[in-house]
Design a protein around this ligand. Structure first.
Ligand SMILES: [Zn+2]
Length: 486
């Protein structure tokens, strides 16, 4: 028998076994049958998945396309109250790369109880997480075959657009509580292969979060996947291998801790607070929150170093720059590196007509980032589209006029990122950098390389004006190495 004929017969057998209903219901019914039967699926109350795996370092790896940095997960335990819409993940993660918080294992507790997302710190303190985190964690509950098929079997769910994609059958599902998913099942056997839902990311805009299922095993009269892989856009964010799973076992208390449940909802980033500290007559440190920027005055225009985080922060920093020197146009933003917290305001800067100066290895990524759709949460650039003006920097670039000289250098070989630029002001003996040295931080895993780069270019630095933390004398950077040898 030809393989195609066998495949057609198998498909026909699955279809005829659940031939009742619409094409959409047939996909859902086939999935339910493959998982252990409609009644068994509908009876599930809790799932507990224990295992190991890894998390990717989304938006924080060495280059925009790199995927080598991972947090290795141990003691992974995910408990889900399926009908109750509650879930909690406990995991210990250990970075396989030089991490800014150090490389010690770090235990995380990440939960959601209906509309309340929360985190529990190792000292037991619970804090409420943002509404955006709650949205994503609620959706994540349905990124599991049992939960999505159970929700799809609810008569209050809306099913649409049954179709085939290769050897898979696909259906769109809107759950009774209004969440939208796409479910794909194996066209022959009926087991779910993946669930997709859409989310919003400040840098990437509308992103598909896709969870794939493999290596199904028998647990409590059901088939459960023992390999679960999640991608955000094209980036792998989680790979879990289950070593122990249970259905309707003890999932523990999954309600949100009181401190989180009673806290005010976090609807977006905090309001921007921008302070302006004169460093010289023509350089200002724009600080006030976690991420700093630096304003530089030339004879006939201004340049900003860094548009960080998001629209809220970046637009406030741009407004502050224009307020400080209203008679000169703000023309450029120099970007320290591609990490999402440092490039999250680039789209806002483009919407304000600024030309982006960045290391050449970020150019393709920023071109893509500027062109991406932001329909779920339209940002400043989505509302006011502008083309990207980009000036890539190779090993170095000098920007100068009668009044001001700025030398930009690639920070080569730094274990934090391959895309880092630092800015040196030769007359003022000032260095501006991000993440390579953050004055006051307990761990400085990237400082030795920064010193190497300063030495290599023979820079005479008096003060470091950092993009995290307060202005520091150069001696404070050197001390990070002295401390190491003690
Ligand atoms: Zn960084």
């Amino acid at each position: 028998m030809h393989r195609t004929t066998l495949f057609a017969l198998l498909t026909a057998a699955v279809v005829s076994a659940c031939a009742k209903g619409t094409p959409e219901q047939q996909v859902v019914n086939a999935a339910a049958a493959a998982l252990g039967g409609r009644d068994r699926v509908l009876a599930v109350k809790t799932l507990v998945i224990e295992g190991e795996g890894s998390n990717g370092n989304l938006g924080q790896d060495m280059t925009p396309d790199a995927a080598g940095q991972k947090f290795i997960l141990s003691g992974y335990k995910r408990s889900v109250d399926v009908p109750g819409g509650r879930a909690r993940t406990v995991q210990t993660r250990t970075p396989n790369f030089p991490y800014f918080q150090g490389q010690a294992p770090q235990t995380q507790v990440l939960g959601v109880d209906k509309d309340v997302a929360y985190n529990i710190a190792p000292n037991g303190a619970a804090t409420r997480a943002s509404n955006a985190a709650a949205r994503d964690r609620r959706a994540e509950i349905y990124h599991h075959p049992i939960a999505i098929v159970r929700a799809a079997l609810d008569p209050a769910a809306t099913l649409a657009n049954a179709r085939t994609a290769g050897d898979q059958r696909v259906v769109d599902i809107t759950t009774a509580n209004g969440l939208a998913f796409t479910l794909a099942i194996d066209g022959a056997g009926g087991l779910p292969t993946r669930v997709v839902s859409m989310s919003d990311n400040a840098n990437l805009g509308d992103v598909a979060i896709e969870t794939s299922f493999a290596d199904y095993q028998d647990v409590g009269g059901l088939k459960l996947p023992s390999r679960i892989t999640t991608k955000t856009d094209k980036y792998t964010t989680a790979e879990i291998r289950a070593t122990k799973q249970s259905v309707d076992g003890d999932a523990g208390d999954l309600s949100a801790p009181a401190a989180a449940a009673s806290a005010a909802p976090i609807t977006g980033p905090p309001p921007a607070e921008v302070t302006a500290q004169p460093v010289t007559k023509t350089i200002w440190l724009l600080a006030g929150q976690s991420h700093n920027s630096v304003l530089v005055e030339f004879t006939d225009h201004l340049m900003l170093i860094e548009a960080p985080q998001n629209d809220v922060r970046a637009l406030a920093v741009i407004a502050k720059a224009r307020e400080l020197r209203p008679d000169k146009p703000l023309k450029y933003v120099a970007n320290s590196h591609h990490h999402f917290d440092h490039s999250g305001g680039i789209r806002a800067a483009v919407s304000e007509d600024l030309t982006v100066i960045t290391h050449k290895s970020n150019a393709d990524f920023y071109r893509d980032m500027i062109g991406r759709a932001h329909t779920m949460a339209p940002d400043a650039l989505a509302k006011n589209p502008k083309p990207l003006k980009l000036e890539p920097v190779d090993d170095s670039m000098v920007i100068k006029d009668d009044k001001m000289t700025v030398q930009l250098y690639h920070i080569a070989g730094n274990p934090h990122a391959d895309t880092l630029l630092m800015a040196y002001f030769p007359k003022e003996k000032i260095l501006v950098e991000a993440d390579a040295f953050s004055p006051g931080a307990a761990v400085q895993p990237y400082a030795a390389n920064l010193i190497e780069n300063i030495t290599k270019h023979n820079l005479k630095v008096d003060r470091i004006v950092p993009l995290h933390g307060p202005i520091a004398p150069f001696s404070e950077l050197l001390k990070t190495q002295a401390a190491k040898t003690n």
